[in-house]
Design a binder for this molecule. Structure first.
Ligand code: ADP
Ligand code: SF4
Ligand code: MG
Length: 319
């Protein structure tokens, strides 16, 4: 782990142990993130993006749990850490997350100030008065007027609520912030404003950001690195300029083609369905949908193959 690496994930596996079988939601994922770096995590719904996000706080909803691998944060392996230690040392302090849809889960009966003050009181032992002061300090940094501490969630627009969620993720000065589909429920203009805010905060707070989205078109402008996830695995990983300019994995190629363009008529899409993660196929997980599939693909699972410039692709075409 080099000095400027804030997060290192090795062979991470996260499974849901359901009555209907074991869902292999994240299966052998490895990557690392440097200080101040922004990484995108893209892929169709159900490919394991949120599960990977939760696992980086070791906060996977039951019946899920980390089945193997390591997550190093500041040299500590949080994949194998006790609940008490995670709470004391890691969650919100080292890594925080803006959960998918959380802005709609703000408690309607409490003011914004009270809801934002709570984590500071619990995790930092502040008094209510101290916590509210800190909240008022941080609100302008996400473009909100401090007077909203006295407002209730229903008095705020969707964009404002999402800014509150982002502010909450920043309250305890984490090194890494994960934003899970932070713009999905918002209209296009507000989407752009929230993405700009994330970009600015990254610079101002020096945080590393993991932006999760099923929508590739919003990634291109924000992230430096991108991981394309398919059926619980990274299909491709690299600098986003390289990946967008010259996608290597057939799945990435399909995804990029299916971004709607004003200049083109008709929509491309990738035919077929991702595999059932309770029982993924033996070889390449994309084989049933891949236009380039050949014998070996169905027999053996492709490893992550390293290409030039920190680029990785999991496809036999690049062996
Ligand atoms: N609580 C859960 N119990 C069982 N399976 C789950 C649970 N949460 C997610 N999954 C399954 O794990 C896989 C990955 O889900 P998720 O991480 O939510 O994907 P994404 O965020 O990319 O849409 C899916 O197959 C989903 O059905
Ligand atoms: S390994 Fe084979 S099936 Fe999988 S993406 Fe590459 S060519 Fe297609
Ligand atoms: Mg999700």
């Amino acid at each position: 782990m080099t000095n400027d690496t804030v997060l290192k994930v090795e062979d991470l596996r996260v499974y849901y142990y359901t009555f209907a079988g074991v869902v292999k939601a994240v299966d052998n994922v490895s990557f690392d993130l440097k200080k101040g770096e922004t990484m995108g995590l893209a892929g169709e719904s159900g490919c394991g993006k949120s599960t990977l996000g939760y696992s980086l706080l070791n906060l996977i909803p039951p019946p899920g749990r980390i089945a193997g691998g390591h997550i190093y944060v500041d040299g500590l392996d949080i994949a194998n850490m006790s609940e008490g230690e995670l709470r004391r040392k890691v969650r919100w302090k080292k890594i925080s997350m803006v959960f998918q849809g959380a802005m709609n889960a703000l408690t309607p009966v409490y003011t914004i100030g009270k809801q934002m003050a709570e984590p500071l009181m619990i995790h930092n032992g502040m008094t209510y008065k101290e916590a509210i002061e800190k909240v008022k300090e941080i609100l302008p940094k996400v473009g909100l007027d401090p007077v909203i501490v006295n407002r209730y969630p229903h008095e705020l627009s969707g964009g404002m609520k999402q800014r509150v969620m982002i502010a909450m993720a920043l309250l305890l000065n984490p090194d890494v912030v994960i934003a899970d589909e932070p713009t999905t429920a918002l209209d296009v203009i507000v989407q752009a404003q929230i993405l700009n805010l994330l970009k600015t905060l990254r610079k101002e707070f020096g945080i590393s950001l993991i932006l999760i989205s099923h929508d590739l078109s919003i990634m291109a402008e924000v992230v430096e690195k991108i991981a394309i996830m398919y059926a619980g695995k990274f299909a491709e990983y690299g600098y986003s300029d390289d990946v967008f300019r010259d996608p290597k994995h057939p799945y990435t190629q399909g995804l990029i083609k299916s971004i709607p363009k004003l200049t083109e008529k008709g929509l491309h899409y990738i035919p077929g369905q991702p595999p059932d993660l309770r029982n993924p196929p033996a070889g390449c997980r994309f084989a049933d949908r891949c236009p380039f599939v050949f014998d070996k693909c169905r027999r053996e699972e492709p490893p992550m193959i390293k290409l030039e410039n920190n680029r990785y692709v999991s496809c036999w075409l690049y062996e």
